[in-house]
Design a protein around this ligand. Structure first.
Ligand code: ZN
Length: 251
């Protein structure tokens, strides 16, 4: 190739390069537009652990589970709270993706991260990256297995958390009005409820507004059948989503 031809090829390549750069900038801008963060980052935490795919075992065993004879649950007739919490968390995240809300998972696929580790991660994100609102997802249990219903906990003295909890409570009240057997509990303190203590730690030790909903009682046979019902799960997820959308406008 002679010099003249080489010069022409270089010229052509430079032109091509500038065209590609323009395209690249355009696409990058487009991508950034689509990733505009929402006002808050919704810190999603699914309480406890899940099922280890290698062993098939529930990592939080022998806690946070209940055997219900003759029901088809997560592992045979065993209901695992951490598995349920993850089902709700993943459904909520899918919906947040669809409506363009920013979120971050603060739970492992199946490992039971310590509360200290989780709250430190959330605080770091809240303080240094984006203001957060924590949804710490749980399902309840009582010592006798007789209690039923939905309730939501917050830490004391955080007024914005109280408003968020109240919004969710009313969303749930309205959404499940026609579901027979669905009960709502107003915030009460129960000394025997270990979940409350753990939850108290998560909402107390996080710097952002935080709510801890306890969706029904998994050790109650009637409630557990509602928990396994995908339609019920989806309605609950919409309540959580609407609460996040409410936060965008009101917090
Ligand atoms: Zn729990």
């Amino acid at each position: 190739m002679d010099n003249r031809k080489i010069k022409q090829v270089v010229k052509d390549l430079r032109f091509l390069k500038s065209q590609l750069e323009k395209q690249l900038n355009l696409l990058t801008d487009l991508l950034e537009d689509k990733q505009q963060p929402s006002k808050y980052c919704y810190a999603i935490s699914a309480g406890h652990g899940g099922i280890d795919p290698d062993t098939g075992k529930y990592v939080t065993y022998p806690s946070k589970f209940k055997i219900h004879d003759n029901l088809n649950l997560h592992i045979g007739n065993m209901f695992c709270e951490g598995v349920f919490n993850r089902i709700i968390a993943e459904k909520l995240i899918k919906r947040m993706d669809e409506v363009g809300l920013t979120y971050k998972r603060f739970y492992h696929d199946y490992k039971d991260w310590s509360l200290r580790y989780k709250s430190a991660q959330i605080n770091e994100h809240h303080r240094n990256r984006q203001k957060c609102i924590l949804f710490e997802l749980h399902s309840n249990a009582s010592s006798q297995g007789k209690a039923r219903g939905f309730c939501v906990f917050t830490s004391k003295g955080q007024t914005s958390s109280d408003r968020i909890a109240s919004e969710l409570w009313h969303e749930v009240k309205t959404a499940f009005e026609n579901v027979s057997g669905f009960k709502l509990l107003k915030q009460t303190y129960n000394d025997n409820d270990v979940d409350y203590e753990a939850g108290f730690w998560m909402v107390r030790n996080t710097a952002c507004p935080a709510i801890l909903p306890e969706f029904l009682f998994f050790d109650n046979r009637e409630d557990v059948q509602l928990l396994m019902n995908e339609e019920i799960q989806d309605i609950y997820v919409e309540c959580l989503l609407h609460t996040a959308l409410w936060c965008e406008q009101n917090i």
